[in-house]
Design a protein around this ligand. Sequence first.
Ligand SMILES: Nc1ncnc2c1ncn2[C@@H]1O[C@H](COP(=O)(O)OP(=O)(O)OP(=O)(O)O)[C@@H](O)[C@H]1O
Ligand SMILES: Nc1ncnc2c1ncn2[C@@H]1O[C@H](COP(=O)(O)OP(=O)(O)OP(=O)(O)O)[C@@H](O)[C@H]1O
Lengths: 217, 217
Amino acid sequence: MAHFTVIGLGRFGIAASLELIHLGHTVTGVDRDSKVIEKYVEDLTQAIICDSTDENALRELDFAQSEAVLVAIGEDMQSSLLCTLALKNLGVGQIWVKATTKAHHTILSKLGVQRIIHPEEEIGVRVAQALNYPMVNNYLPLGHGLYVVEIHIKQTRHDNSLGQILGELKASIKTLLLKRDEQLFTELASDFLLKKQDILLLCGTRSELKYLAPRLA
Amino acid sequence: MAHFTVIGLGRFGIAASLELIHLGHTVTGVDRDSKVIEKYVEDLTQAIICDSTDENALRELDFAQSEAVLVAIGEDMQSSLLCTLALKNLGVGQIWVKATTKAHHTILSKLGVQRIIHPEEEIGVRVAQALNYPMVNNYLPLGHGLYVVEIHIKQTRHDNSLGQILGELKASIKTLLLKRDEQLFTELASDFLLKKQDILLLCGTRSELKYLAPRLA
Ligand SMILES: Nc1ncnc2c1ncn2[C@@H]1O[C@H](COP(=O)(O)OP(=O)(O)OP(=O)(O)O)[C@@H](O)[C@H]1O
Ligand SMILES: Nc1ncnc2c1ncn2[C@@H]1O[C@H](COP(=O)(O)OP(=O)(O)OP(=O)(O)O)[C@@H](O)[C@H]1O
């Protein structure tokens, strides 16, 4: 269990705060807007009204207790940068910041923070991938053009064998795992019969996955 | 190769548009702001200035050509809903919409769209997970408390064997894959030596991953 501070309780900041609490940590939420603090005071470990661009006001918070500080101030780049600068001056070691533009990102990297986050861009890319491969529920890009993909078997492929689905790729694509309800299967044979709602994990290149797409539809 | 229409070219909408083009598709971008259209006219297949709440204006666009329409209008919930309604009236079958609030989400599901996206919340949850498990680079939640995690081996674990790292979990946790540069290894033995920058994919429960965390630090 660790303690975190989240500055700026917009949708991104509060989603991160509530998930951290759900994961068993404690969170101090900071926002300059008292209405926002009132809204979340019951859900957070601690909720503080504070203008986080004011280094003296921030000094009151005990950052030494926090494993990391998340700056989730959105639209106001100036506030986000002033807050980040104040945290650096106070010696905070682990600062993650939400950036709104490329310029914002560049300035933050010059200030030296540990992670810069672009929620809209990251989800934009994921949505494009989901539109591109509708049969892929989720995926991990591994680099060098390799992807681990999570496929949910549809009714149309119920009782197809793994060999049937993989076709020419049987030898090259890696079948990592199959989850059926709570059961896990590894080292699947070519005649293994797939059932609808099975979750199949494969690892392959983009072109291999393209070949598979119609075979899973 | 397919055609998509993206309405609203904010950060989310344009990120999705550019990724779709990068993936080999064509995209018609629509925005009511001529400055935005001017900015992206070179990057998109087609860029149209249009107030998408106006069904008559939308009718001019040939949606039959689009595999899906993404409504990426952000802050203005009214415009997002009116645009979605107009698309439904025009018979568009595959509508994905970015939602800003729970209320927005509820109204969209009543209208009946194929996917509702909450970028800030989704990334907020991911960031919390990343803060919680700093050694996990990326992950896939599989349901029933099972996760596939992508771990990047650090310098500190260079030449540790897989058996050493997994400890008591050797028998229960599933080792799916190891990627070393462009090479993939499956069915790893207990004495397999890990190298820094190896990418290791494991599947286990949250408590198993918690046990592993300090062993990978
Ligand atoms: N100087 C500041 N100190 C503390 N809180 C601040 C400061 N400036 C802005 N905030 C708070 O940050 C929160 C998020 O900012 P804002 O709403 O501008 O971002 P956003 O990008 O719309 O958020 P999201 O997209 O995450 O919903 C707001 O609740 C706001 O009150
Ligand atoms: N009725 C409309 N028709 C067409 N485009 C619209 C309409 N209303 C808003 N837009 C456009 O949608 C785009 C995105 O909207 P907005 O900037 O409000 O969202 P945002 O949430 O800030 O975006 P993001 O977070 O994705 O950057 C803007 O470029 C805006 O001009």
